[in-house]
Design a protein around this ligand. Structure first.
Ligand SMILES: Cc1ncc(COP(=O)(O)O)c(C=O)c1O
Length: 410
């Protein structure tokens, strides 16, 4: 029999319309994912992704902790567990947080599967179509992707060259449920707001009766001086803080945690159960063991030094190479992974990226446009420096500067 005469379309290959929810329909393939693909192309000097440097992964400590967990706690580690998280991990994190100056008990902590899941959980807790939601401008694009699923009504928080400025907050905040803020080494600007601004933000939250959602993945990555205390110190009754082990241990482990008043943790626990029952028991016990063995005390100073050195190299390179122009400026972070570059209004950062990718030694970065919920600006750039060697940072910044000069001349 001639096989081709009987060939039919396999059921998996036939395309019929998908009856999608409104939130799934809102989850389009974003511009951000296109930039990610460009930044990840082989041979490209990439200031694009927000990955921590693999140099900072404590591989030996993780191996030793994994061996210990499998030897001593295998049955428990491989079993289902409680939605709020493993008691020894919550205890260890509570001790760490309390030692930094904000009273914290294990009951104030819930573990989540990376802080990205935490953003989704916050979306579940507070947002629905039209809910008034205060947001920084610019802000973390991954958070925008998570919040966008709920279709909130964004209202921009005012800011200046020092970051969020609560003095400028007014009646527009009334009726908001929540403000999403990154007071420390913000993604994408790298800016940190002062203790005074944190105190004023807490006052505004009380005056206009909204909750503060503080995302803090970079707080431990200070170069010299510790940043001011978490918003929990200023508005403990209405702050929910989200932290992650991604930048201090490893993002592949997918381990984050919330700090909040106990009654909030109780609600989150129910949501967490609905989302994924619990975060990997094995990962939690492994992380608890790493903390017990002094991960934060022994390992973090080394990671901070790596990040500091890379930041210094990029700041020097920008100073040396960038054209002198009154509209060109960049932030000078004191911790974290990002520098935010502002270009003249006439420059489109996406076009600059295209030119940089065509250079003999191609360079990628993230155009700032991906980081705005409202009033998008096209003349900004996020530069991430921690995964690029110092030599390639210098080459990459020179290329960006040369492409920029040619665009300014045109
Ligand atoms: C501000 C911010 N929040 C949350 C995340 C998500 O981190 P993770 O899910 O790895 O904890 C990131 C990742 O880069 C981030 O920059």
């Amino acid at each position: 029999m001639n096989s081709s005469c009987c060939r039919t379309t396999h059921p998996f290959d036939s395309i019929i319309p998908l009856p999608m929810s409104q939130s799934a329909a809102r989850c389009q393939r974003s511009q951000a994912s296109q930039f990610f693909n460009l930044a990840g192309r082989p041979g490209v000097i990439s200031f694009g992704g927000g990955l921590p440097t693999a140099e900072g992964f404590p591989v030996d400590a993780i191996r030793a902790a994994a061996d210990w967990v499998l030897e001593k706690e295998a049955e428990r580690a491989l079993q289902y567990s409680a939605s709020a998280g493993e008691p020894e991990l919550r205890e260890a994190l509570a001790r760490w947080e309390a030692q930094k100056g904000v009273p914290t008990k294990a009951e104030n902590i819930i573990i989540c599967s990376g802080s990205q899941q935490g953003l989704d959980l916050i979306g579940n807790l507070f947002l629905e179509p039209g809910a008034k939601f205060l947001i920084e401008r610019p802000t973390y694009m991954g958070a925008l992707e998570a919040f966008e699923l709920r279709g909130p009504n964004y209202v921009t928080l005012p800011s200046d060259e020092f970051g969020l400025n609560p003095d400028m907050m007014g009646e527009e905040c009334r009726g908001a449920r929540l403000a999403y803020v990154m007071p420390t080494f913000q993604n994408p600007t790298g800016l940190t707001i002062s203790a005074e601004r944190r105190r004023k933000l807490a006052e505004k939250a009380r005056e206009y009766d909204f909750w503060i959602f503080e995302d803090n993945p970079y707080g431990e990555l200070y170069y010299d001086e510790e940043p001011p205390l978490s918003m929990r110190a200023f508005a403990p009754e209405r702050t929910i803080t989200l932290n992650t082990m991604s930048k201090v241990l490893s993002p592949g482990l997918r381990l984050g945690y919330f700090l909040a008043p106990k009654h909030v943790i109780d609600v989150m626990e129910r949501l967490k159960f609905a989302l994924d029952l619990h975060t990997s028991t094995f990962t939690q016990l492994l992380t608890a063991r790493c903390l017990e063995k002094g991960l934060m005390e022994n390992h973090l100073p080394e990671v901070r030094q790596i990040y500091k050195m890379h930041a210094e190299v990029m700041l020097e390179a920008l100073e040396e190479s960038m054209p002198k122009h009154s509209e060109i400026r960049w932030t000078k972070p004191r911790g974290g992974m990002f520098i935010w570059l502002t270009l003249p209004k006439s420059i489109d950062a996406v076009e600059l990226l295209e030119r940089c990718l065509e250079a003999p030694e191609p360079v990628a970065f993230f155009p700032g446009i991906a980081f705005y919920a409202t009033e998008k600006e096209s003349n900004t750039v996020r530069l991430s420096f921690v995964t690029v060697t110092p030599e390639r940072i210098r080459t990459g910044i020179r290329t960006i500067a040369e492409c920029l000069k040619s665009m300014l001349k045109a």
